[in-house]
Design a protein around this ligand. Sequence first.
Ligand code: GLA
Length: 761
Amino acid sequence: MSHIWPIYCKINHRDPWRKGVKNRMIIYDEKQHIFQLNTKSTSYMIGITPEGYLGHIYYGERLQHIDGGYLLRTEEYPYTPERNKREKCVFLESFPMELPSGGIGDFRESCLDIRDEYGCLGTEILYKEHRIYSGKTSLEGLPASFVTASQMDTEDAGTAVQTLELICQDRVLGVEVVLSYTAFEREDVITRSVRVHNRGEQTLTIEKIYSACLDMDYEEDYELLTLPGAWARERRIQRRRIGYGRQSAASIRGESGHQEHPFIALVTPGTTQTQGDVYAMHFVYSGNFLGQVEVSQHDMIRMTMGIHSYEFGWKLTPGQSFQAPEVVLTYSSEGLGKMTRSLHDFYREHLIRSRYKNTERPILINNWEATYFDFTTEKLLDIAQTAKDCGIELFVMDDGWFGRRNNDESSLGDWYVNEAKLTGGLKYLVDSINKIGLKFGIWFEPEMISPDSDLFRAHPDWMIQIPGREPALSRAQGVLDLSNPEVEEYAYESVARILRSAPIMYVKWDMNRQLSDLGSAYLSKEHGRELLHRYVLAVYRMQERLITEFPDLLLENCSGGGGRFDPGMLYYSPQIWCSDDTDAVERLGIQEGTALIYPLSTIGAHVSVCPNHTVGRVTPFKTRGIIAMAGTFGYELDVTKIPEEDRDMIASQVETYKKYCPLIQSGDYYRIASYQNNHYFDCYEIVSKDKKEAIFVFVQVIAQPNMHSIRVKLKGLDNEAKYKINGTVYDADALMNGGFIIKRPWGDFQAELFHIEKIND
Ligand code: GLA
């Protein structure tokens, strides 16, 4: 896809407000030395001091004028170094930096640490020049947001995308550092990234490079919102008050991980879905990360996001450059709901590329929870036939079809079909499934190696490990050293070869362990600390190749459930398996946390059997179906074995999902009530962009002995309109302010899906 190109355009600095919409997003005020980036409802301001320090002035509600230079306080104590050399450290410790660098006197968290060839760590970047242009350039080798040619061509007001590049330099090191900011007008998003070029004569080592920083006054008792979790318990919303010192969310696991998420938000106390200030940072990267807030002695907050510096070090020889990944920033003055909808729109429009992103995804059935490793061609065909009769469209064969993989002890790396299990071979199976009328999908875990595999016996040095130390296994497996191009090629070809052998339309790309014992037989000592980042780059390269070679492939990422559910992976796959926990009640929390920042069209959600295989809970089949509809719907069960009344429900569930699929994929998401907070019931709503229809889901998780019904206040409807729900007509303002009455269902785990239709249009 050639969707990214720089267009250099002149900005009318003197009279920005009289120019067309597209020209007034990024402004440079030459008198005040201020840049202002505007989106529909936010402004971001950067100032340059006389020495060239880039200071952060403002991020918040949209400003109508560009007049904020005084906010940098350069006239006050401790004065800028130009006027007061003696107190440079005090200046550095209190100045709000756009990209603070380390080793020179700012003892807060730095974003850029470069070591010179003498072994000294010290970096100071000063402004040199800037560029402003329409559109956005791509980031080499990395997933990143984009703007397509047709998005740029549109005459719609309010859809402009412009980029500011601030080119800085450290004359002592001989490096040029480019800070890139792109403002997406309609989505109220600003993306940031950083590029370092070694333009000097010495070999340098980047010891730390974060992609974004927000230095603000600590004037509110901010809370930090993060999304911690665990396997089968991903992305639970957590809020805590921050105080002096550093508090963070991080991964040093080689992937973004189940345990923390590359997302942090600062929210003012009492922030709800509709009220409060929210500053959010989300990292478009799938490896180690650190998202941190630090409250300093001078009552400043420094919020940063980037690649974790743990086991990171990147050699830059003269002429080389390094591109740090992108951070997505958004600000909302209208609470979390507005942030959610900005991010949903942004990811749908500017990050997900798949041709499937706006098309109805096939309803799939996956055999993992149905058979685990114990299946045959016959068994799979049996499931497929019954699934077809129920209206299911895609059959996915999960783990266990290759090598001697009859349990999780062996064979990762041996990606040839186990014909003892799959009698007749893969092509026969795929053809037979196609004949039944289903498409075919397959599971891979290409980044892994089992010590008990032919691959390991042939290439023990292809596994990541430290010489002389027995590497820790996890699920009996190790990780391939993808920094080695030969290994990358092998891993890619393992997948591609199978896809070339039969008509396979879907791949589930799994990754079931995190990285430890970080040693590479391929990388030299000087490059050892590049392993983790090189690993992530190789995964990106392989997935890019895959979707290029197989443009019709529907790719779903997965990592022991949702352990690598991040914006980086979304650039390659439009959907990601959200969690191995398919219990309907657990899914409410997992999907609430995931949908806080990701569109529902990305969230893999399936109906499975009861008692649930992870928690043993028994919930009604209807409830499981309704809850799985807030995602990419499917089934994960042996459809031949479930009770008949459940099986009979599948056809109507499929029909309901298909009916509402366009709305679920593209609508505005509103969180109305949270079982995680009230311990009683859950409620969320999806409203079409034109507000002509909506659905909302109510789940009574725990029955309570209340004597009256429940009122839920709907959101996002056209205030002037009337809407029909279950045959009754209501005024939108009554539904939104007074609420809709739901008769309490009888018993636990009861779900209902309501359709709302506008009638006076
Ligand atoms: C991971 C995935 C599951 C399944 C198994 C197979 O745990 O999340 O969905 O594919 O691997 O081993």
